[in-house]
Design a protein around this ligand. Structure first.
Ligand code: UD1
Ligand code: UDP
Length: 361
């Protein structure tokens, strides 16, 4: 059985690294990198660190407007699918690489399996468009949370839906033991539990200058050491607006870091501020208080459990949250048991046996 897996953005390399390990030996997996992310620190570092083999195809699409980027990926993924003739396609999350894969496969009548299906923010952000369309085009849908399962049910999708837990929990469990050396903290002059970690990259924050300025200018008033591995999108906007050098001196801006160093930075932070989906989840998994710099989240269980506070983008609310948010209490296993990749591989295996049977009959 042949699977074509499509990845392209940083969190997808992390998710694929876990599933590829489980597919190997059972399936013939063809790994396609769309080239959506391409800087060393946004792409190759994850292949180097996470035991993920080099892609069979790098489509080299790169950056551009949504239509341009998605369209080019669609054309190039279609070429790969026509050449490889896989039994099914595997896609992850909610990026332009995901929707391009889903569309290319659907038009060629190749069934798609969507990992991280059913997430909803109920806003028209690009990621929501990508995941709704990808879910509706997929044959197998792997939900990381119970809420995701319910979201799909409300949209009339119940066939082929499986609750498996979150592959990002698998990767955190698997790679935690190898988390970056503590020397990395010393290199940055950081002391465990004496700094706040921030990540920020969502289009709705970076491409709205008023919001972005409000968020970054609030950081100085938090009056804590803050480490900021900066996504290139955010760096470009802040540099262009001339704001980068005006960010408070308590903020250490660094380049994006590899996953192992990121786990270390997260584990040792006293708090995390973020608009990232993956980082919100990891904060919860590691028991680090999280303040989300968005008006909503797809990961509602983390908020319900009391470990994630939705602060939005207003400076005063962010400052108050960073100074006062102190979660307490249990953290239920909302992301499963760390065996999501295993479960997905099993469902794929059963499904492939079914296809084989149908082809044979
Ligand atoms: C994408 C996903 C987002 C995900 C994020 C993970 C979409 C619509 N968005 O957002 O859901 O959370 O990846 O990080 O797919 N750039 C570089 N070097 C790179 C990559 C990007 O300089 O290696 C810069 C370019 O200026 C580019 C901008 O970052 O235009 C945005 O990159 P893009 O991949 O379009 O979107 P992300 O913001 O990374
Ligand atoms: N991450 C990383 N280095 C960084 C920032 C994030 O390795 O400098 C990891 C993070 O630990 C998480 C994933 O990237 O596993 C989240 O990706 P991102 O925030 O880019 O996207 P999102 O999850 O919002 O789609």
């Amino acid at each position: 059985m042949k699977i074509v897996s499509v990845v392209g953005a940083r969190p997808q390399f992390i998710k694929a690294s876990m599933l590829s390990k489980k597919l190997s030996g059972k399936f013939n997996e063809v790994l396609v990198h769309t080239g959506q992310h391409y800087d060393y620190g946004m792409s190759q570092v994850f292949f180097d660190e996470l035991e993920l083999r080099e892609p069979d195809y790098n489509l080299g699409v790169g950056s551009g407007s949504h239509g341009w980027q998605t369209g080019n990926m669609l054309i190039k993924i279609e070429e790969v699918l026509l050449k490889e003739e896989p039994d099914f396609l595997l896609i992850y999350g909610d990026t332009n690489s995901t929707i391009a894969g889903a569309l290319a496969a659907a038009k060629l009548k190749i069934p798609a399996a969507h990992v991280e299906a059913g997430l909803r923010s109920f806003t028209q952000i690009p990621e929501e468009i990508n995941r709704v369309v990808s879910d509706h085009l997929s044959t197998l849908l792997f939900c990381p949370t119970r809420t995701a399962l319910l979201n799909l049910k409300k949209e009339g999708i119940s066939n082929g839906v499986h609750w498996v837990g979150d592959v990002m929990f698998d990767s955190l469990v698997y790679f935690s033991a190898k988390a970056g050396e503590r020397g990395f903290l010393e290199k940055l002059s950081l002391k465990p539990k004496e700094y706040i970690l921030i990540t920020l990259h969502r289009e709705e924050n970076t491409d709205n200058s008023e919001r972005l300025q409000e968020i970054v200018s609030s950081l100085v008033e938090i009056e804590e050491t803050i480490v900021f591995p900066m996504h290139p999108r955010t760096l470009k906007v802040l540099t262009r607006m001339g704001w980068k050098d005006k960010i408070g001196r308590n903020v250490k801006i660094i380049e994006p870091v590899g996953y192992l160093d990121m786990i270390l930075l997260e584990k040792e932070a006293k708090m995390i501020l973020t608009d990232s989906g993956g980082v919100q989840k990891e904060a919860y998994m590691l028991g680090i208080p999280c303040v989300t710099l968005r008006e909503e989240t797809e990961w509602v269980e983390t908020v319900e459990a009391g470990w994630n506070m939705i602060a939005g983008r207003r400076g005063e609310k962010i400052i108050q949250a960073a100074k006062n948010f102190k979660p307490a209490g249990e953290r239920p296993d909302i992301f499963g048991k760390g065996n999501a990749a295993e479960k997905i591989a099993e469902v794929l295996w059963d499904y492939s046996t079914l296809i084989k049977g149908n082809k044979g009959s």
